[in-house]
Design a protein around this ligand. Structure first.
Ligand code: F6R
Length: 608
């Protein structure tokens, strides 16, 4: 939600800021802006709409100077407009601020500042920060920012520049991500790693309550009492090339096609000759895990769907009672947390506000926390007792695809590990499953090779107004995920249901021609699915079936059938997800949607 960037150095400020904003566009794209200081003047360019609008403005009226900040916005307070775009400035046009987060007490502060004769030009919560810095300024931007943040409630990552101190950017973090990139005679700041990768792989991750002074030749960090602190540099392993579309028309399609290789890489990392290996951030002892009696998984959106699959896995393989909760519910409920409990957070970004809040709730109760995270060094990864990384590379498309299948993979491997520790599966059963896992990448590739089949089905259904997705057992969450993928990128209504629930209400929605995607792969609930499909057919629904290769019965029942290769039932959600992703993708493209930047959405949801 909102991306901020900043640069100080000798490169052209316009192109560096713009390139950084393009990399962060997934965080919000309803307006954008940049600012720089030169010779005592503050220059600001900002505009409503997509980043292209800002690029056009900068082509006509570029910024000058060697230091600047930029912002791409996902509106919270104030509609998308030129005035509400960041940077926001003070009364004298001498201080500019960009902000990611929400200032909860902005109304009170605004009233107070208006009484002190500050003049407001926008409806944003951010503008109060610029005015407060102005109010508190006494010759030091650093001191003024520290004074200002002591008044703010909410979450924020901010970057500020001012005409009186044209050699520095001041940054402060509380609750929203902020990273500093360390270069050679140049330094950068950004909300997320992709904006830095073209310039450096050396980063410093800021923690809550820390302030940074970013100059051309050095960076310094302070705690919120103004005391200097030393911070550790980290090296990022992602490459700048991984941020390109590599010939695909959209990031989403590229990321769908990367999935087989990602699973292949993870197989090599996680499955060792005699054991499993969850990487250097996994610190739980086998004994601790063997004693587990209860798992609560909390996550949002697609990551929640992965967690739902995890529930089936942990219960089926490791016989551990597992609850699954949406983080925004989990954080406000009062779950019973007795016994040997593990709380899991699943998240691609590692920054989702509700998931982070859920993690902190659990931490406050002294519970063990394990997270499954994609983004290296993200807040959730750092605040968990142990982290299993997804190793999916940067996911840029707003709709999550490759992170999801890697989440499913990690959960599967973890459930095998737990079942080994708990003796609920013997070695020969585990080895059989490992063999199945190793065959996955090939099977995934086979599905991807049949993309055209899915495209043809999508063409037939592109004008439908409503879809139902149904599945049972471990593929019930797949139905939820299929429906979410479709609605978020095509804006077509879609609902996921457990197939057995249809007759308890939703089947009333079915009439002649209603499209229903049914997941009916060979499984312990296959026969039940067939009956559910028959019920739908009797109401003249058009059933698009995802079935197992070689299943001729399904051919007779479905209006359309897409086959996936045979596989172990609990692994099937990984294979099933690919045709569902491709189906959503092609329907969206055929409807002319902007699949990588769906309306109203942002990739990293860092506000509640
Ligand atoms: C859907 C999607 C979202 C995210 C959700 C959680 O395609 O991407 O539903 O899954 O916002 O995000 P993370 O996984 O970053 O916590």
């Amino acid at each position: 939600m909102c991306g901020i960037v900043g640069y100080i150095g000798d490169k052209d400020i316009n192109s560096v800021l713009m390139a950084g904003l393009w990399r962060l566009e997934y965080r919000g794209y309803d307006s954008s802006g940049v600012a720089s200081v030169l010779d005592g003047d503050l220059e600001v360019r900002k505009v409503k709409g997509r980043l292209m609008n800002l690029q056009k403005i900068l082509a006509e009226r570029p910024l000058s100077g060697t230091l600047g900040i930029g912002h791409t916005r996902w509106a919270t307070h104030g509609e998308p407009s030129d005035q509400n775009a960041h940077p926001q400035v003070d009364c004298k046009n001498s201080i500019a601020v960009v902000h990611n987060g929400i200032i909860e007490n902005y109304y009170t502060l605004k009233e107070e500042l208006i009484k002190k004769k500050h003049f407001f030009k926008s409806n944003t919560d951010t503008e109060i920060i610029a005015h407060l810095i102005e109010e508190n300024y006494n010759g030091s931007l650093k001191e003024s920012v520290l004074k200002t943040v002591s008044r703010l409630q909410g979450s924020y990552a901010i970057a500020a520049i001012c005409t009186a101190e044209p050699d520095k950017i001041i940054v402060y973090r509380y609750g929203s991500p902020l990273i500093v990139g360390i270069g050679n005679k140049e330094n950068l700041i950004a909300s997320d790693i992709p904006a830095l990768l073209d310039h450096t792989k050396n980063i410093v991750i800021m923690n809550d309550g820390e302030l940074g002074i970013i100059k051309r030749d050095k960076v310094e960090f302070y705690n919120n009492e103004g005391k200097k602190i030393e911070k550790e540099k980290k090296k990022i392993t992602w490459s700048a090339e991984s941020l390109e579309k590599e010939g695909f028309p959209h990031y989403m399609l590229k990321e769908i096609h990367e999935q087989a290789d990602i699973i292949d890489t993870n197989i090599k990392l996680r499955i060792r000759e005699k054991d499993f290996d969850f990487g250097e951030n996994f610190h739980f002892s086998p004994q601790e895990l063997a004693n587990l009696s209860h798992i609560i998984i909390q996550a949002c959106g697609t990551s929640w769907h992965a967690g739902y699959v995890g529930k089936y896995l942990f219960e089926d393989f490791a016989r551990i009672r597992t609850e699954i909760d949406i983080s925004s519910e989990f954080r406000y409920r009062n779950p019973i947390m007795g016994g040997e409990l593990l709380v899991m957070a699943i998240t691609q970004s590692g920054e989702t506000a509700d998931t982070l809040a859920g993690l902190r709730e659990a931490k406050a109760k002294f519970l063990k926390i394990l997270s499954l995270v994609n983004v290296q060094g993200s807040t959730i990864a750092r605040e968990s007792d142990s982290t299993i990384y997804l190793n999916a590379g940067p996911e840029i498309g707003v709709a999550s695809t490759k992170a999801y299948t890697s989440q499913l993979f990690q959960l599967y491997i973890l459930s095998l590990y737990l079942s080994k520790l708990k003796w609920t599966l013997d070695d020969s059963e585990i080895n059989k499953k490992i063999k199945e896992i190793k065959a996955l990448p090939k099977k995934m590739k086979k599905i991807l090779e049949k993309e055209n089949e899915i495209k043809k089905i999508a063409k037939k259904f592109k004008d439908a107004k409503d879809f139902m997705f149904v599945g049972r057992g471990i593929n019930y969450p797949s139905a939820l995920e299929g429906a979410l993928k479709l609605k978020e990128i095509s804006y077509i209504h879609a609902t996921g249901y457990p197939a057995g629930e249809m007759k308890h209400g939703p089947i009333a929605l079915i009439s002649e021609g209603s499209p229903v995607v049914a997941i009916a792969t060979k499984s312990s609930v296959y026969d039940k699915m067939l009956s559910n499909i028959e019920e739908l057919r009797s109401r003249k629904a058009k059933v698009i079936v995802i079935g197992t290769q070689g299943d001729d019965i399904i051919k007779k029942l479905g209006s359309e059938v897409f086959y996936i290769p045979e596989c172990e039932e609990n692994l099937s959600p990984i294979l099933v997800s690919i045709p569902l992703q491709l189906f959503a993708y092609h329907i969206a493209v055929l409807n002319g949607r902007d699949v990588d930047r769906p309306r109203n959405l942002a990739k990293s949801v860092t506000v509640e």
